[in-house]
Ligand binder design. Structure first.
Ligand code: ADE
Length: 240
């Protein structure tokens, strides 16, 4: 998979090299290119040089903040987005990012993350590339507002790349983790069996695989009911 990130803060993404993702990069499972958006802002839309490399302008209709210019984004995306690529625009106004969406995106040949700042990117950018046949997704990390798309893009890149076959050492740990079966993961314990007066649930020491599996499933249901009843309401109920 190839991932391209367009941002005015490329330095945010240096940490990609030191995390687990760095290993996937070294193993050539994923190729990540981080681009400075201002490299496409050297000229104004009338063709004259722009020493300031401006990427934003005041919103039509008035209001607070600035909007990122469509001409700059258009030049950058024309260069970077490849056939079959998916354009992902992190935005608090997007569709929710879920494990199911991460799994879907992990099968794309190319993901391009367009990281907006300020009040976002001129809405015609998404419209234009959707009109040209690209899959365009405005995606939200959650119901809160970040300063820009960078942190959201980083989280999405981590969630997507760890699902690429060969990335995780232990494929089972992916199958058993939270959200993969519509439920939260069960609690885990390791040695010592007794710690500060707290005991590991005896069933886990029993060596009885069937009982362990049943206990874990019950714990998943209990946790999900308590912490995320919404997951049981919308489809997770099939796991009951
Ligand atoms: N940009 C700002 N806030 C965001 C959020 N919650 N999700 C994705 N991108 C964002």
């Amino acid at each position: 998979m190839r991932i391209d990130v367009l941002t005015i803060f490329p330095e945010f993404f240096q940490v990609l090299d030191v995390s687990l993702l760095g290993k996937a990069r070294q193993a050539a499972l994923v190729e990540i290119h981080v681009h400075q958006l201002r490299d496409w802002a050297a000229f104004k839309s009338d063709g004259t040089p722009d020493a300031h490399r401006t990427v934003d302008d005041a919103p039509f209709g008035g209001g607070a903040g600035m909007v990122m210019k469509p001409d700059v984004w258009g030049s950058a995306l024309d260069d970077v987005l490849e056939e079959g690529g998916v354009l992902v625009i992190p935005s608090p106004a997007g569709v929710p990012f879920t494990q199911a969406l991460a799994a879907e995106l992990s099968e794309s040949p190319q993901l391009v993350f367009a990281c907006g700042r300020y009040e976002g990117i001129d809405a015609r950018v998404a419209e234009h590339y959707a009109g040209r046949g690209f899959r365009v997704l405005e995606v939200s990390l959650g119901d809160y507002v970040l300063n820009g798309g960078e942190v959201a893009a980083f989280a999405m890149i981590e969630a997507v790349t760890r699902l690429i076959p060969g990335f995780m050492g232990n494929a089972e740990s992916i199958v058993e983790e939270s959200h993969s079966d519509g439920l939260l993961e069960y609690p885990s314990y390791t040695r010592p069996a007794s710690w500060r007066g707290l005991e590991v649930p005896p069933v886990l020491l029993s060596g009885h695989h069937g009982k362990v599996a049943a206990w874990r499933h019950e714990q998943q249901l209990e946790r999900t009911r308590e912490r995320r009843p919404d997951m049981l309401a919308d489809g997770g109920a099939e796991a009951l």
